[in-house]
Design a protein around this ligand. Sequence first.
Ligand SMILES: [Mg+2]
Length: 114
Amino acid sequence: MSIYSDTIDHYGPSLQLIKAGEEMAEFAAELIHYGIDMQLGQKPKNGHDLAEEWADVEIMLKQVEIILYHLKGDKHQEKKRKLDRLHDMITQKQDAVIDIEKLGCGMVGAGDAS
Ligand SMILES: [Mg+2]
């Protein structure tokens, strides 16, 4: 047993999945605030809060891995598909930048990188 499986046993798997979603939402909010500060060229003000939510999410993801173990194969398959797509996107973008540079038109804009 681990602290993760003990916690799942204590609260129940469904509540821990809901809690995982809540923690991810809190992490997402902190990431957005941090990223906005960076984008504006400002020193991010919420580093400690972001670290706290990041830790929460890592703890919850360990529990999600246990609760949703039966989906592990599907997750690995989707991860590979998405990483392959991401690789294609960034290599195509590099090719596009090179093509534009050959035309003397400068850099192209950023696209969706998720
Ligand atoms: Mg939290």
